[in-house]
Design a protein. Structure first.
Ligand SMILES: NC(=O)c1ccc[n+]([C@@H]2O[C@H](COP(=O)([O-])OP(=O)(O)OC[C@H]3O[C@@H](n4cnc5c(N)ncnc54)[C@H](O)[C@@H]3O)[C@@H](O)[C@H]2O)c1
Length: 397
């Protein structure tokens, strides 16, 4: 099958393009970001995803994947995926204009037999609008949300059932054929069901993380470690599944999609408003705690981790990064350590083995595996709690 992936150099688009190419399809990754395309053409992913570089090199070598900047190349494709970013606007309102823009620009290049599959996460009603924009020029428009977890993209793309939303709730044959070629099950539904379903899943996760943080706060007030307690609560107790570990939660999707869901409905969800507030307040609680400890002194504070989750190089929507910006503004001597990101000019970067000799206070923001061996003198403030460990002995962060 001939497939185009518009946004094919992105965190979602590139793994999708590579996995489809590896399954034997002729895939064109189309992206407006020339730098990313150049990096990919050299056999390297512009971001870290386990196994992606190796598979990318293999499909480039086998000439299964080609790269392009112009959407005009979609004219020979059977299926066209759209996976461009749908970040919130500055005023935090959802924007799906990026998707509409692609639909308008691609319109005149489509063939009447092709099917367009929207894969960006969008506000309910967006696919219907895309279908209106493409009315009469394509065979069908579907919404097939991406549900992969960064860091697990390849294995999940090859195994996870796909939600396929269409106008009638019936899956077009070429989509069925495509996922059959990967031995993946397809779950048929309507556009709105698939759009809502995607937002529900991320909002559900964000809510679970908020509750974990609320429990950690309650535990702290009782001088109890929630992390330790959680381990016991989950031990051979299946109904506890979903009781998440506390700490910063964010990234490019969870907060955005919760806001997107809230703004899409006339229903006033007090619970979801509270979830957003709970996450937002964690950063200010940590900043207040650090500032209380350090006061006006010259004490050196070292933050471990900037990315939105362990093992990742992704800084998008990272609460740890936001924390670092706030601490950097407030403190005289502030340093960061993150082995997964290139040094950012606004921060003083240290390596892991400089922490013990530098830090009067350590803030654990992202639990990268590399930090397990870091030895720490003095107090530790941990976003995952306990919030303040007043240990003078060395401890592992
Ligand atoms: N990152 C995730 O883990 C994840 C998971 C599920 C769903 N999503 C959703 O998938 C969508 C894409 O997210 P992402 O993380 O891949 O974003 P990204 O920013 O990494 O990738 C988007 C790509 O689209 C390209 N692009 C933008 N406008 C374009 C245009 N007009 N023509 C061609 N290329 C264009 C950009 O250059 C970029 O490479 C978003 O809606 C996001 O919410 C992301």
């Amino acid at each position: 099958m001939r497939i185009a992936v518009i946004g094919g150099a992105g965190h979602v688009g590139l793994p999708l393009a590579v996995v489809l190419a590896d399954a034997g399809h002729d895939v064109t990754a189309i992206d407006s970001n020339e730098d990313r395309l150049l990096t990919i053409a050299g056999g390297e992913s512009p971001f870290y995803e386990p196994g992606l570089n190796e598979l990318l090199q293999s499909v480039l070598l086998r000439q299964r994947l080609v790269l392009h900047e112009q959407v005009s190349v979609v004219q020979d494709c059977d299926l066209i995926f759209i996976v461009v970013g749908t970040d919130l606007k500055g005023d935090e309102m959802p924007q799906n204009e990026s998707v509409f823009e692609v639909a308008r620009s691609v319109r005149k290049h489509l063939s009447p037999s092709s099917v367009v599959v929207l894969r960006s996460t969008v506000t309910p009603g967006t696919t219907a609008h895309v279908a209106e924009l493409l009315d009469g020029v394509v065979a069908d428009v579907a919404f097939c949300p991406e549900r992969i977890l960064e860091g697990h993209a390849l294995e999940e793309l090859r195994a996870m059932p796909q939600l396929v939303g269409t106008r009638t709730g019936e899956v077009p044959k070429c989509i069925d054929d495509l996922f059959s070629s990967l031995q993946i099950e397809v779950l048929a539904m309507t556009w709105k069901e698939a759009e809502l379903g995607k937002l529900f899943l991320n909002t559900w996760r964000y809510t679970q993380f908020a509750i974990a943080n609320e429990f950690a706060n309650i535990c702290e007030s009782h001088d109890v470690s929630f992390s330790k307690l959680r381990t016991s609560l989950l031990y051979r107790y299946s109904r506890g599944t979903g009781l998440m570990a506390p700490g910063f939660a964010g990234g490019p999707c969870l907060r955005k999609d919760t806001i997107q869901l809230l703004k899409s409905t006339s229903f006033q969800s007090e619970l979801l408003q509270a979830v957003l507030q709970s996450h937002d307040s964690l950063t200010s609680r940590i900043v207040d705690l650090v500032c209380r400890e350090v006061g006006d002194s010259d004490k050196k504070v070292v933050q471990l981790g900037l990315t939105f989750k362990p093992g990742s190089d992704d800084l998008r929507g990272s609460v740890a990064l936001e924390l670092a910006h706030q601490l950097n503004r407030r403190l005289k001597n502030f340093f960061v350590v993150d082995p997964h990101v290139l040094p950012l000019p606004e921060f003083n970067f240290l390596s892991e083995n400089e922490v013990a000799d530098t830090a009067d206070l350590v803030v654990v923001a992202t639990r990268h595996p590399e930090f397990l061996g870091v030895s720490v003198r003095g107090p530790v403030i941990d976003a995952a709690g306990p919030r303040l460990l007043n240990e003078s002995a060395s401890s592992d962060a």
